[in-house]
Design a binder for this molecule. Structure first.
Ligand SMILES: Cc1cc2nc3c(=O)[nH]c(=O)nc-3n(C[C@H](O)[C@H](O)[C@H](O)COP(=O)(O)OP(=O)(O)OC[C@H]3O[C@@H](n4cnc5c(N)ncnc54)[C@H](O)[C@@H]3O)c2cc1C
Length: 569
Protein backbone atom coordinates (compact mmCIF):
# COMPACT_ATOMS: atom_id res chain seq x y z
CA UNK A 1 0.00 0.00 0.00
CA UNK A 2 1.26 3.43 -0.91
CA UNK A 3 1.40 6.11 1.80
CA UNK A 4 -1.27 8.70 1.06
CA UNK A 5 -0.52 12.29 2.14
CA UNK A 6 -3.84 13.84 1.13
CA UNK A 7 -7.07 12.36 -0.19
CA UNK A 8 -7.42 14.96 -2.97
CA UNK A 9 -4.84 17.33 -4.38
CA UNK A 10 -6.28 20.24 -6.32
CA UNK A 11 -3.96 22.10 -8.70
CA UNK A 12 -5.05 25.73 -9.11
CA UNK A 13 -6.92 28.12 -6.82
CA UNK A 14 -9.11 29.75 -9.48
CA UNK A 15 -12.91 29.49 -9.33
CA UNK A 16 -12.91 25.78 -10.29
CA UNK A 17 -10.29 24.72 -7.73
CA UNK A 18 -11.72 26.87 -4.94
CA UNK A 19 -15.26 25.57 -5.50
CA UNK A 20 -14.08 21.95 -5.54
CA UNK A 21 -12.17 22.57 -2.30
CA UNK A 22 -15.18 24.19 -0.65
CA UNK A 23 -17.65 21.45 -1.59
CA UNK A 24 -15.22 18.65 -0.71
CA UNK A 25 -14.49 20.25 2.64
CA UNK A 26 -18.18 20.75 3.36
CA UNK A 27 -18.70 17.06 2.55
CA UNK A 28 -16.08 16.03 5.11
CA UNK A 29 -13.00 15.55 2.86
CA UNK A 30 -10.01 17.84 3.47
CA UNK A 31 -8.24 18.53 0.18
CA UNK A 32 -4.91 20.27 -0.35
CA UNK A 33 -4.91 23.03 -2.95
CA UNK A 34 -1.67 24.23 -4.55
CA UNK A 35 -1.56 27.51 -6.42
CA UNK A 36 1.47 28.88 -8.23
CA UNK A 37 0.63 32.51 -7.46
CA UNK A 38 1.04 34.05 -4.02
CA UNK A 39 -2.68 34.82 -3.78
CA UNK A 40 -5.97 34.44 -5.60
CA UNK A 41 -6.42 36.46 -8.81
CA UNK A 42 -5.62 40.16 -8.55
CA UNK A 43 -7.14 40.74 -11.98
CA UNK A 44 -10.99 40.93 -12.07
CA UNK A 45 -11.42 38.83 -15.31
CA UNK A 46 -14.91 37.24 -15.21
CA UNK A 47 -17.84 39.03 -13.65
CA UNK A 48 -21.05 37.42 -14.90
CA UNK A 49 -22.53 34.78 -12.59
CA UNK A 50 -25.48 32.90 -13.98
CA UNK A 51 -28.45 31.69 -12.02
CA UNK A 52 -27.19 28.09 -11.70
CA UNK A 53 -23.90 29.32 -10.26
CA UNK A 54 -25.82 31.50 -7.80
CA UNK A 55 -27.89 28.45 -6.78
CA UNK A 56 -24.65 26.58 -6.11
CA UNK A 57 -23.38 29.48 -3.97
CA UNK A 58 -26.74 29.44 -2.19
CA UNK A 59 -26.17 25.81 -1.16
CA UNK A 60 -22.77 26.90 0.17
CA UNK A 61 -24.46 29.73 2.13
CA UNK A 62 -22.44 32.22 0.10
CA UNK A 63 -25.19 33.70 -2.05
CA UNK A 64 -25.74 36.80 0.10
CA UNK A 65 -22.01 37.50 0.41
CA UNK A 66 -21.56 37.22 -3.38
CA UNK A 67 -24.56 39.48 -4.04
CA UNK A 68 -23.19 42.01 -1.63
CA UNK A 69 -19.64 41.84 -3.08
CA UNK A 70 -21.13 42.49 -6.54
CA UNK A 71 -23.66 45.10 -5.43
CA UNK A 72 -21.99 47.91 -7.36
CA UNK A 73 -22.53 46.02 -10.63
CA UNK A 74 -26.22 45.24 -10.04
CA UNK A 75 -27.25 48.39 -11.90
CA UNK A 76 -25.19 47.59 -15.03
CA UNK A 77 -27.92 46.84 -17.54
CA UNK A 78 -26.88 48.25 -20.90
CA UNK A 79 -24.71 47.49 -23.85
CA UNK A 80 -23.37 50.89 -24.79
CA UNK A 81 -21.84 51.76 -28.17
CA UNK A 82 -19.76 54.95 -28.27
CA UNK A 83 -16.95 56.61 -30.15
CA UNK A 84 -15.45 57.52 -26.78
CA UNK A 85 -16.97 57.59 -23.32
CA UNK A 86 -16.80 61.39 -23.30
CA UNK A 87 -17.79 61.66 -26.96
CA UNK A 88 -20.57 60.57 -29.28
CA UNK A 89 -22.96 57.83 -28.18
CA UNK A 90 -23.92 55.61 -31.11
CA UNK A 91 -26.55 53.47 -29.42
CA UNK A 92 -27.56 51.81 -26.22
CA UNK A 93 -29.38 48.48 -25.89
CA UNK A 94 -30.66 46.55 -22.90
CA UNK A 95 -28.58 43.44 -22.31
CA UNK A 96 -30.78 40.47 -21.48
CA UNK A 97 -27.74 38.55 -20.32
CA UNK A 98 -27.28 41.03 -17.52
CA UNK A 99 -30.89 40.75 -16.45
CA UNK A 100 -31.55 39.79 -12.87
CA UNK A 101 -34.50 37.83 -14.23
CA UNK A 102 -37.61 39.23 -12.61
CA UNK A 103 -40.85 37.31 -12.16
CA UNK A 104 -40.25 34.87 -14.99
CA UNK A 105 -36.98 33.63 -13.51
CA UNK A 106 -38.58 33.49 -10.03
CA UNK A 107 -40.84 30.70 -11.33
CA UNK A 108 -37.79 28.51 -11.83
CA UNK A 109 -35.27 29.52 -9.20
CA UNK A 110 -34.89 31.17 -5.80
CA UNK A 111 -31.71 32.81 -7.18
CA UNK A 112 -30.99 35.49 -9.75
CA UNK A 113 -28.31 36.36 -12.29
CA UNK A 114 -25.60 38.41 -10.67
CA UNK A 115 -22.24 39.98 -11.27
CA UNK A 116 -19.20 39.91 -9.05
CA UNK A 117 -15.66 40.47 -10.25
CA UNK A 118 -13.45 37.40 -9.96
CA UNK A 119 -10.94 39.16 -7.69
CA UNK A 120 -13.76 39.73 -5.18
CA UNK A 121 -15.35 36.32 -5.61
CA UNK A 122 -12.27 34.18 -5.14
CA UNK A 123 -11.39 35.42 -1.61
CA UNK A 124 -14.95 34.60 -0.50
CA UNK A 125 -14.60 31.02 -1.76
CA UNK A 126 -11.12 30.73 -0.28
CA UNK A 127 -12.15 31.90 3.20
CA UNK A 128 -15.12 29.54 3.26
CA UNK A 129 -13.13 26.54 1.97
CA UNK A 130 -10.50 27.19 4.67
CA UNK A 131 -13.19 27.51 7.33
CA UNK A 132 -14.41 24.01 6.45
CA UNK A 133 -10.90 22.56 6.60
CA UNK A 134 -9.43 22.74 3.09
CA UNK A 135 -5.68 23.44 3.09
CA UNK A 136 -3.94 25.82 0.73
CA UNK A 137 -0.34 26.28 -0.33
CA UNK A 138 0.09 29.44 -2.36
CA UNK A 139 3.33 30.05 -4.26
CA UNK A 140 3.56 26.32 -4.96
CA UNK A 141 3.48 24.94 -8.46
CA UNK A 142 2.69 21.60 -10.00
CA UNK A 143 5.65 20.17 -11.92
CA UNK A 144 4.68 16.67 -12.99
CA UNK A 145 2.82 13.53 -11.96
CA UNK A 146 2.68 9.80 -12.27
CA UNK A 147 -0.20 7.56 -11.32
CA UNK A 148 -1.00 3.90 -10.72
CA UNK A 149 -4.13 2.00 -9.57
CA UNK A 150 -3.70 3.19 -5.99
CA UNK A 151 -2.54 6.78 -6.09
CA UNK A 152 -1.15 9.79 -7.91
CA UNK A 153 2.35 10.97 -7.03
CA UNK A 154 2.80 14.66 -7.75
CA UNK A 155 6.03 16.60 -7.95
CA UNK A 156 5.75 20.20 -6.75
CA UNK A 157 8.01 23.15 -6.24
CA UNK A 158 7.83 26.12 -3.90
CA UNK A 159 8.27 28.95 -6.36
CA UNK A 160 10.81 30.75 -4.16
CA UNK A 161 12.90 27.60 -3.77
CA UNK A 162 14.37 25.30 -6.35
CA UNK A 163 13.86 22.17 -4.22
CA UNK A 164 11.32 19.67 -5.55
CA UNK A 165 8.92 17.80 -3.29
CA UNK A 166 6.53 14.90 -3.85
CA UNK A 167 3.01 14.46 -2.50
CA UNK A 168 0.92 11.35 -2.84
CA UNK A 169 -2.85 11.67 -3.20
CA UNK A 170 -5.73 9.36 -3.98
CA UNK A 171 -7.19 11.71 -6.59
CA UNK A 172 -5.93 14.78 -8.39
CA UNK A 173 -8.15 17.57 -9.68
CA UNK A 174 -6.60 19.65 -12.46
CA UNK A 175 -8.14 23.11 -12.02
CA UNK A 176 -5.08 24.78 -13.47
CA UNK A 177 -6.68 26.87 -16.18
CA UNK A 178 -6.48 27.17 -19.94
CA UNK A 179 -2.81 26.28 -20.29
CA UNK A 180 -3.15 23.39 -17.80
CA UNK A 181 0.29 21.93 -17.02
CA UNK A 182 -1.50 18.83 -15.69
CA UNK A 183 -3.18 18.36 -19.07
CA UNK A 184 0.22 18.75 -20.69
CA UNK A 185 1.78 16.20 -18.33
CA UNK A 186 -0.98 13.73 -19.21
CA UNK A 187 -0.43 14.47 -22.92
CA UNK A 188 -4.13 15.06 -23.38
CA UNK A 189 -5.00 16.83 -26.62
CA UNK A 190 -7.62 19.53 -27.01
CA UNK A 191 -9.98 19.77 -29.94
CA UNK A 192 -10.94 23.11 -31.51
CA UNK A 193 -14.69 23.65 -31.59
CA UNK A 194 -15.05 26.71 -33.81
CA UNK A 195 -17.69 26.32 -36.46
CA UNK A 196 -16.55 26.65 -40.08
CA UNK A 197 -17.70 30.24 -40.45
CA UNK A 198 -15.60 31.50 -37.54
CA UNK A 199 -11.97 32.28 -38.25
CA UNK A 200 -9.55 30.48 -36.02
CA UNK A 201 -5.99 29.23 -36.20
CA UNK A 202 -7.06 25.62 -36.70
CA UNK A 203 -6.65 24.85 -32.98
CA UNK A 204 -9.67 26.71 -31.67
CA UNK A 205 -7.94 30.04 -31.03
CA UNK A 206 -10.24 32.98 -31.76
CA UNK A 207 -7.96 35.92 -31.14
CA UNK A 208 -5.52 37.56 -28.76
CA UNK A 209 -6.44 40.20 -26.24
CA UNK A 210 -4.91 42.43 -23.62
CA UNK A 211 -6.96 43.26 -20.55
CA UNK A 212 -5.91 46.57 -19.01
CA UNK A 213 -7.13 46.89 -15.44
CA UNK A 214 -7.06 50.50 -14.31
CA UNK A 215 -8.15 52.93 -11.66
CA UNK A 216 -9.89 56.16 -12.69
CA UNK A 217 -13.03 57.92 -11.58
CA UNK A 218 -15.26 57.58 -14.65
CA UNK A 219 -18.60 58.31 -12.95
CA UNK A 220 -19.01 61.73 -14.56
CA UNK A 221 -18.24 60.35 -18.03
CA UNK A 222 -20.53 57.35 -17.57
CA UNK A 223 -23.24 59.83 -16.64
CA UNK A 224 -25.69 57.25 -15.26
CA UNK A 225 -25.53 55.15 -18.47
CA UNK A 226 -24.74 52.08 -16.36
CA UNK A 227 -23.37 49.56 -18.82
CA UNK A 228 -22.30 45.96 -18.41
CA UNK A 229 -20.25 46.32 -21.56
CA UNK A 230 -19.28 49.39 -23.59
CA UNK A 231 -18.06 48.97 -27.18
CA UNK A 232 -15.64 51.71 -28.22
CA UNK A 233 -14.88 52.44 -31.85
CA UNK A 234 -12.89 55.43 -33.09
CA UNK A 235 -10.01 56.11 -35.45
CA UNK A 236 -7.43 55.06 -32.81
CA UNK A 237 -9.06 52.15 -31.10
CA UNK A 238 -11.58 49.31 -31.19
CA UNK A 239 -12.02 48.00 -27.69
CA UNK A 240 -14.41 47.00 -24.94
CA UNK A 241 -14.72 48.81 -21.62
CA UNK A 242 -16.08 46.88 -18.64
CA UNK A 243 -17.01 48.11 -15.17
CA UNK A 244 -15.45 46.41 -12.15
CA UNK A 245 -17.04 48.49 -9.38
CA UNK A 246 -18.85 51.15 -11.44
CA UNK A 247 -16.85 53.97 -9.95
CA UNK A 248 -13.07 53.89 -10.01
CA UNK A 249 -12.09 50.39 -11.23
CA UNK A 250 -12.47 49.40 -14.90
CA UNK A 251 -11.18 46.97 -17.50
CA UNK A 252 -10.23 47.89 -21.04
CA UNK A 253 -10.13 44.90 -23.34
CA UNK A 254 -8.08 45.44 -26.51
CA UNK A 255 -7.55 42.88 -29.27
CA UNK A 256 -4.23 42.56 -31.12
CA UNK A 257 -2.81 40.58 -34.01
CA UNK A 258 -0.12 38.25 -32.77
CA UNK A 259 1.86 38.46 -36.03
CA UNK A 260 2.14 42.26 -35.68
CA UNK A 261 2.41 42.96 -31.94
CA UNK A 262 3.31 41.00 -28.82
CA UNK A 263 2.05 41.41 -25.23
CA UNK A 264 5.42 43.04 -24.46
CA UNK A 265 4.42 45.94 -26.71
CA UNK A 266 1.61 46.77 -24.28
CA UNK A 267 3.82 48.80 -21.97
CA UNK A 268 2.15 50.89 -19.20
CA UNK A 269 2.69 54.04 -21.35
CA UNK A 270 1.08 52.41 -24.40
CA UNK A 271 -1.82 51.10 -22.29
CA UNK A 272 -2.37 54.54 -20.76
CA UNK A 273 -2.71 55.97 -24.26
CA UNK A 274 -5.30 53.28 -25.15
CA UNK A 275 -7.34 54.19 -22.07
CA UNK A 276 -7.21 57.86 -23.03
CA UNK A 277 -8.43 57.00 -26.56
CA UNK A 278 -11.27 55.02 -24.98
CA UNK A 279 -12.46 57.59 -22.49
CA UNK A 280 -11.89 60.47 -24.89
CA UNK A 281 -9.82 62.72 -22.65
CA UNK A 282 -6.22 62.90 -21.44
CA UNK A 283 -7.11 65.09 -18.48
CA UNK A 284 -8.11 62.31 -16.14
CA UNK A 285 -5.89 60.81 -13.39
CA UNK A 286 -5.44 57.15 -14.40
CA UNK A 287 -3.49 54.44 -12.61
CA UNK A 288 -2.82 51.15 -14.36
CA UNK A 289 -3.29 48.27 -11.93
CA UNK A 290 -2.44 45.29 -14.12
CA UNK A 291 -2.04 44.22 -17.74
CA UNK A 292 -3.18 40.69 -18.62
CA UNK A 293 -2.72 39.06 -22.03
CA UNK A 294 -5.21 36.29 -22.84
CA UNK A 295 -6.46 34.29 -25.75
CA UNK A 296 -10.09 33.70 -26.65
CA UNK A 297 -10.49 30.11 -27.74
CA UNK A 298 -13.04 27.39 -28.30
CA UNK A 299 -11.46 24.11 -27.27
CA UNK A 300 -12.43 20.95 -25.48
CA UNK A 301 -10.06 18.41 -23.99
CA UNK A 302 -10.34 14.88 -25.39
CA UNK A 303 -10.89 13.34 -21.91
CA UNK A 304 -12.04 14.96 -18.66
CA UNK A 305 -10.85 11.98 -16.59
CA UNK A 306 -7.72 9.92 -16.91
CA UNK A 307 -7.71 7.22 -14.21
CA UNK A 308 -7.31 9.17 -10.94
CA UNK A 309 -7.02 12.61 -12.48
CA UNK A 310 -9.98 14.86 -13.32
CA UNK A 311 -9.85 17.99 -15.45
CA UNK A 312 -12.27 20.76 -14.62
CA UNK A 313 -12.95 24.35 -15.68
CA UNK A 314 -10.71 26.02 -18.25
CA UNK A 315 -8.29 23.09 -18.02
CA UNK A 316 -10.98 21.02 -19.71
CA UNK A 317 -12.70 23.57 -21.90
CA UNK A 318 -12.05 27.06 -23.11
CA UNK A 319 -14.63 29.34 -24.57
CA UNK A 320 -14.74 32.98 -25.61
CA UNK A 321 -16.09 35.34 -22.91
CA UNK A 322 -19.25 36.06 -24.96
CA UNK A 323 -22.24 34.86 -23.01
CA UNK A 324 -20.13 34.73 -19.82
CA UNK A 325 -20.01 30.93 -19.55
CA UNK A 326 -16.35 30.21 -18.70
CA UNK A 327 -16.34 30.77 -14.97
CA UNK A 328 -19.89 29.46 -14.60
CA UNK A 329 -19.11 26.19 -16.38
CA UNK A 330 -15.96 25.83 -14.23
CA UNK A 331 -17.99 26.16 -11.02
CA UNK A 332 -20.63 23.75 -12.27
CA UNK A 333 -17.96 21.15 -13.15
CA UNK A 334 -16.59 21.47 -9.61
CA UNK A 335 -20.04 21.04 -8.08
CA UNK A 336 -20.67 17.91 -10.17
CA UNK A 337 -17.33 16.32 -9.22
CA UNK A 338 -16.96 17.20 -5.52
CA UNK A 339 -19.81 15.10 -4.09
CA UNK A 340 -18.82 12.10 -6.20
CA UNK A 341 -15.22 12.23 -4.95
CA UNK A 342 -16.45 12.66 -1.36
CA UNK A 343 -18.79 9.67 -1.54
CA UNK A 344 -16.17 7.40 -3.10
CA UNK A 345 -13.52 8.48 -0.56
CA UNK A 346 -15.96 7.93 2.28
CA UNK A 347 -16.83 4.51 0.85
CA UNK A 348 -20.49 5.36 0.34
CA UNK A 349 -20.05 4.74 -3.38
CA UNK A 350 -17.52 2.92 -5.56
CA UNK A 351 -15.22 4.27 -8.23
CA UNK A 352 -17.59 3.77 -11.24
CA UNK A 353 -19.50 6.77 -9.87
CA UNK A 354 -16.48 8.90 -10.74
CA UNK A 355 -16.76 7.96 -14.40
CA UNK A 356 -20.09 9.74 -14.52
CA UNK A 357 -18.29 13.10 -14.12
CA UNK A 358 -16.97 13.00 -17.67
CA UNK A 359 -20.12 11.31 -19.00
CA UNK A 360 -22.23 14.15 -17.60
CA UNK A 361 -20.03 17.21 -18.03
CA UNK A 362 -18.40 16.57 -21.42
CA UNK A 363 -21.64 16.91 -23.47
CA UNK A 364 -22.57 20.04 -21.51
CA UNK A 365 -19.14 21.57 -22.13
CA UNK A 366 -19.50 20.86 -25.83
CA UNK A 367 -22.88 22.60 -26.01
CA UNK A 368 -21.71 25.57 -23.95
CA UNK A 369 -18.49 26.13 -25.93
CA UNK A 370 -20.46 26.02 -29.18
CA UNK A 371 -22.99 28.50 -27.78
CA UNK A 372 -20.26 30.87 -26.57
CA UNK A 373 -18.81 30.92 -30.10
CA UNK A 374 -22.28 31.57 -31.53
CA UNK A 375 -22.75 34.44 -29.03
CA UNK A 376 -19.41 35.87 -30.08
CA UNK A 377 -20.50 36.18 -33.67
CA UNK A 378 -24.21 36.97 -33.05
CA UNK A 379 -25.32 40.49 -33.98
CA UNK A 380 -26.28 42.69 -31.05
CA UNK A 381 -30.03 43.42 -30.83
CA UNK A 382 -30.98 46.06 -33.41
CA UNK A 383 -33.46 47.91 -31.21
CA UNK A 384 -32.00 50.80 -29.33
CA UNK A 385 -32.58 53.16 -26.50
CA UNK A 386 -31.35 56.68 -26.67
CA UNK A 387 -30.76 58.64 -23.47
CA UNK A 388 -34.31 60.01 -23.95
CA UNK A 389 -36.02 56.63 -24.47
CA UNK A 390 -36.88 54.35 -27.38
CA UNK A 391 -35.90 55.75 -30.71
CA UNK A 392 -38.95 56.82 -32.77
CA UNK A 393 -37.72 55.15 -35.97
CA UNK A 394 -37.18 51.90 -34.15
CA UNK A 395 -40.12 50.76 -32.07
CA UNK A 396 -38.76 47.44 -30.95
CA UNK A 397 -38.82 46.66 -27.22
CA UNK A 398 -36.65 48.31 -24.62
CA UNK A 399 -36.23 47.98 -20.89
CA UNK A 400 -38.87 50.55 -20.11
CA UNK A 401 -41.21 49.33 -22.84
CA UNK A 402 -44.36 47.87 -21.36
CA UNK A 403 -45.82 46.69 -24.68
CA UNK A 404 -46.83 43.06 -24.99
CA UNK A 405 -44.37 42.40 -27.81
CA UNK A 406 -41.53 43.88 -25.80
CA UNK A 407 -42.16 41.68 -22.80
CA UNK A 408 -42.46 38.61 -25.00
CA UNK A 409 -39.15 39.26 -26.74
CA UNK A 410 -37.30 39.71 -23.47
CA UNK A 411 -39.04 36.65 -21.98
CA UNK A 412 -38.17 34.60 -25.06
CA UNK A 413 -34.51 35.59 -24.77
CA UNK A 414 -34.45 34.70 -21.08
CA UNK A 415 -36.14 31.33 -21.65
CA UNK A 416 -33.63 30.53 -24.38
CA UNK A 417 -30.80 31.34 -21.99
CA UNK A 418 -32.35 29.26 -19.24
CA UNK A 419 -32.56 26.27 -21.59
CA UNK A 420 -28.76 26.29 -21.61
CA UNK A 421 -28.16 27.35 -18.03
CA UNK A 422 -30.80 25.39 -16.07
CA UNK A 423 -32.46 23.15 -18.65
CA UNK A 424 -29.71 20.66 -19.48
CA UNK A 425 -30.06 16.97 -18.95
CA UNK A 426 -27.43 14.54 -17.64
CA UNK A 427 -27.28 11.00 -18.99
CA UNK A 428 -25.01 8.59 -17.11
CA UNK A 429 -24.89 5.60 -14.78
CA UNK A 430 -25.68 7.99 -11.90
CA UNK A 431 -29.10 8.71 -13.38
CA UNK A 432 -31.85 6.19 -13.98
CA UNK A 433 -33.07 7.84 -17.15
CA UNK A 434 -36.66 7.27 -18.10
CA UNK A 435 -36.18 8.03 -21.75
CA UNK A 436 -33.56 9.01 -24.29
CA UNK A 437 -33.79 12.71 -23.54
CA UNK A 438 -31.42 15.02 -25.30
CA UNK A 439 -28.59 16.70 -23.40
CA UNK A 440 -30.06 20.00 -24.47
CA UNK A 441 -33.84 19.63 -24.87
CA UNK A 442 -35.45 21.80 -27.55
CA UNK A 443 -37.65 23.55 -25.01
CA UNK A 444 -36.80 24.83 -21.54
CA UNK A 445 -38.78 23.07 -18.82
CA UNK A 446 -38.03 21.55 -15.44
CA UNK A 447 -40.64 18.89 -14.79
CA UNK A 448 -38.93 16.36 -12.59
CA UNK A 449 -37.37 14.18 -15.31
CA UNK A 450 -34.37 12.18 -14.02
CA UNK A 451 -31.17 13.85 -15.22
CA UNK A 452 -32.52 17.38 -14.82
CA UNK A 453 -32.18 19.91 -11.98
CA UNK A 454 -34.90 19.39 -9.36
CA UNK A 455 -37.71 21.91 -9.91
CA UNK A 456 -37.88 24.82 -7.50
CA UNK A 457 -41.08 25.33 -5.50
CA UNK A 458 -41.58 27.28 -2.31
CA UNK A 459 -42.58 25.31 0.80
CA UNK A 460 -42.98 26.12 4.48
CA UNK A 461 -40.68 24.41 6.94
CA UNK A 462 -41.28 25.16 10.64
CA UNK A 463 -43.26 28.16 9.42
CA UNK A 464 -40.28 29.46 7.43
CA UNK A 465 -40.56 29.92 3.68
CA UNK A 466 -37.84 27.91 1.91
CA UNK A 467 -37.18 26.81 -1.63
CA UNK A 468 -37.26 23.05 -1.90
CA UNK A 469 -33.77 23.42 -3.43
CA UNK A 470 -32.56 24.65 -0.03
CA UNK A 471 -33.22 21.16 1.33
CA UNK A 472 -31.34 19.40 -1.45
CA UNK A 473 -27.59 19.53 -0.94
CA UNK A 474 -24.66 17.55 0.49
CA UNK A 475 -26.88 14.45 0.81
CA UNK A 476 -29.24 12.26 -1.14
CA UNK A 477 -32.84 13.22 -0.55
CA UNK A 478 -36.00 11.24 -1.13
CA UNK A 479 -38.97 13.55 -1.62
CA UNK A 480 -42.33 11.94 -0.91
CA UNK A 481 -45.91 13.15 -0.82
CA UNK A 482 -48.73 13.06 1.72
CA UNK A 483 -49.23 9.29 1.22
CA UNK A 484 -45.54 8.44 1.33
CA UNK A 485 -45.18 6.90 4.81
CA UNK A 486 -43.91 3.57 3.41
CA UNK A 487 -41.06 5.43 1.70
CA UNK A 488 -40.20 7.24 4.93
CA UNK A 489 -39.99 3.87 6.71
CA UNK A 490 -37.76 2.53 3.93
CA UNK A 491 -35.33 5.45 4.26
CA UNK A 492 -35.17 4.98 8.05
CA UNK A 493 -34.27 1.30 7.54
CA UNK A 494 -31.54 2.12 5.01
CA UNK A 495 -30.05 4.78 7.29
CA UNK A 496 -29.73 2.20 10.08
CA UNK A 497 -27.65 -0.04 7.81
CA UNK A 498 -25.45 2.40 5.88
CA UNK A 499 -23.42 5.59 6.29
CA UNK A 500 -24.86 7.12 3.13
CA UNK A 501 -25.96 10.73 3.69
CA UNK A 502 -29.65 10.20 2.95
CA UNK A 503 -32.65 12.25 4.10
CA UNK A 504 -36.35 12.09 3.43
CA UNK A 505 -38.76 15.01 3.23
CA UNK A 506 -42.50 14.62 3.10
CA UNK A 507 -44.48 17.31 1.38
CA UNK A 508 -47.98 18.05 2.64
CA UNK A 509 -48.16 15.19 5.11
CA UNK A 510 -49.41 15.77 8.66
CA UNK A 511 -45.92 16.69 9.89
CA UNK A 512 -44.11 17.42 6.64
CA UNK A 513 -43.30 20.48 4.63
CA UNK A 514 -46.31 22.61 3.78
CA UNK A 515 -47.02 23.57 0.21
CA UNK A 516 -47.74 27.20 -0.56
CA UNK A 517 -49.77 26.32 -3.66
CA UNK A 518 -51.86 23.11 -3.38
CA UNK A 519 -50.48 20.19 -5.45
CA UNK A 520 -47.42 22.24 -6.48
CA UNK A 521 -45.09 19.38 -5.58
CA UNK A 522 -46.91 16.61 -7.44
CA UNK A 523 -47.40 18.90 -10.44
CA UNK A 524 -43.81 20.15 -10.57
CA UNK A 525 -42.24 16.71 -10.07
CA UNK A 526 -44.69 14.65 -12.15
CA UNK A 527 -45.68 12.23 -9.36
CA UNK A 528 -48.75 11.38 -7.27
CA UNK A 529 -49.12 11.62 -3.49
CA UNK A 530 -47.78 8.02 -3.20
CA UNK A 531 -44.82 8.61 -5.54
CA UNK A 532 -41.20 9.39 -4.69
CA UNK A 533 -38.33 11.34 -6.20
CA UNK A 534 -34.68 10.66 -5.40
CA UNK A 535 -32.44 13.73 -5.68
CA UNK A 536 -28.63 13.63 -5.73
CA UNK A 537 -26.43 15.88 -3.56
CA UNK A 538 -26.02 18.22 -6.57
CA UNK A 539 -29.79 18.82 -6.83
CA UNK A 540 -30.18 16.67 -9.95
CA UNK A 541 -32.93 14.05 -10.01
CA UNK A 542 -31.54 10.52 -10.08
CA UNK A 543 -34.78 8.52 -10.13
CA UNK A 544 -38.50 8.92 -9.65
CA UNK A 545 -41.54 6.70 -9.36
CA UNK A 546 -44.91 8.26 -10.11
CA UNK A 547 -46.95 6.10 -7.73
CA UNK A 548 -46.30 3.48 -5.07
CA UNK A 549 -46.81 -0.06 -6.35
CA UNK A 550 -48.25 -2.08 -3.45
CA UNK A 551 -47.00 -5.35 -4.96
CA UNK A 552 -43.38 -4.20 -4.43
CA UNK A 553 -41.42 -3.57 -1.24
CA UNK A 554 -40.36 0.12 -1.15
CA UNK A 555 -37.31 -0.84 0.89
CA UNK A 556 -36.13 -3.43 -1.64
CA UNK A 557 -36.83 -1.06 -4.53
CA UNK A 558 -34.99 1.87 -2.96
CA UNK A 559 -32.02 -0.32 -2.02
CA UNK A 560 -31.83 -1.60 -5.57
CA UNK A 561 -31.99 1.92 -7.00
CA UNK A 562 -29.25 3.21 -4.67
CA UNK A 563 -27.08 0.18 -5.35
CA UNK A 564 -27.32 0.82 -9.08
CA UNK A 565 -26.59 4.51 -8.74
CA UNK A 566 -23.73 4.27 -6.26
CA UNK A 567 -22.09 0.98 -7.07
CA UNK A 568 -23.11 0.61 -10.67
CA UNK A 569 -24.75 -2.85 -10.63
C1 LIG B 1 -10.99 39.00 -19.79
C2 LIG B 1 -11.81 37.84 -19.38
C3 LIG B 1 -13.17 38.01 -19.14
C4 LIG B 1 -13.94 36.93 -18.77
N1 LIG B 1 -15.30 37.09 -18.51
C5 LIG B 1 -16.06 36.04 -18.10
C6 LIG B 1 -17.43 36.20 -17.69
O1 LIG B 1 -17.99 37.30 -17.71
N2 LIG B 1 -18.11 35.11 -17.24
C7 LIG B 1 -17.52 33.87 -17.19
O2 LIG B 1 -18.19 32.92 -16.79
N3 LIG B 1 -16.22 33.70 -17.54
C8 LIG B 1 -15.46 34.74 -18.00
N4 LIG B 1 -14.11 34.58 -18.30
C9 LIG B 1 -13.49 33.29 -18.16
C10 LIG B 1 -13.10 32.99 -16.73
O3 LIG B 1 -12.22 33.94 -16.18
C11 LIG B 1 -12.47 31.63 -16.69
O4 LIG B 1 -13.29 30.75 -17.41
C12 LIG B 1 -12.32 31.13 -15.25
O5 LIG B 1 -11.37 31.86 -14.55
C13 LIG B 1 -11.93 29.67 -15.26
O6 LIG B 1 -11.68 29.26 -13.96
P1 LIG B 1 -10.66 28.08 -13.67
O7 LIG B 1 -10.62 27.95 -12.19
O8 LIG B 1 -11.00 26.90 -14.49
O9 LIG B 1 -9.27 28.60 -14.25
P2 LIG B 1 -8.38 29.85 -13.79
O10 LIG B 1 -9.22 30.93 -13.23
O11 LIG B 1 -7.51 30.16 -14.93
O12 LIG B 1 -7.53 29.27 -12.59
C14 LIG B 1 -6.44 28.38 -12.81
C15 LIG B 1 -5.48 28.55 -11.67
O13 LIG B 1 -4.48 27.55 -11.77
C16 LIG B 1 -3.23 28.15 -11.43
N5 LIG B 1 -2.13 27.36 -12.02
C17 LIG B 1 -1.79 27.27 -13.33
N6 LIG B 1 -0.72 26.49 -13.46
C18 LIG B 1 -0.38 26.06 -12.24
C19 LIG B 1 0.66 25.20 -11.74
N7 LIG B 1 1.60 24.64 -12.53
N8 LIG B 1 0.72 24.96 -10.41
C20 LIG B 1 -0.21 25.54 -9.57
N9 LIG B 1 -1.18 26.36 -9.98
C21 LIG B 1 -1.28 26.61 -11.31
C22 LIG B 1 -3.34 29.55 -12.01
O14 LIG B 1 -2.41 30.43 -11.40
C23 LIG B 1 -4.78 29.90 -11.68
O15 LIG B 1 -4.91 30.53 -10.44
C24 LIG B 1 -13.33 35.66 -18.67
C25 LIG B 1 -11.95 35.49 -18.89
C26 LIG B 1 -11.19 36.57 -19.24
C27 LIG B 1 -9.73 36.38 -19.49
Amino acid sequence: MQNIDVPVLIVGAGPAGLTTALFLARSGVRPLVIEKHKSTSFHPRARGLNVRTMEIFRTAELEKAVLSAGEALAKSRYMLFVETLAGKEIRRVPDEELMAGGELLAQFSPSIFSQCAQDELEPLLLAEARRYGAEFRFGTEFVTLKQNEEAVTVTLRERDASKLETICCQYLVAADGATSPVREALKLATVGLSPGDVQDDGRGSLGNFINIYFQADLTTLVNERWFGICFIENSHLEAVLLPVNNSDRWLLNVSYQADKVTPADFTPEYCLKQIQYAVGTDNLPIKILSILPWQAAARLVERMQLERVFLIGDAAHQMPPAGGFGLNTAIQDAHNLAWKLAEVLQKQATSPLLKTYEAERMPIAQVVVTQAVADLTAPTPDYLVTPEGTSPENEAPSWGDETEGGDQDIEGALLEQLRLILGYNYKSEAILNESENLTQPAKFELIGIPGTRAPHIWVKRDNQLVSILDLLSYEWVLLVGSDGQTWINAVEQIKKKSNLPLAVYQISGAEGLKEITPDSWTTAYGVTSTGAVLVRPDQFIAWRIAAFDSSKSPLALLEKVLQKLLVGD
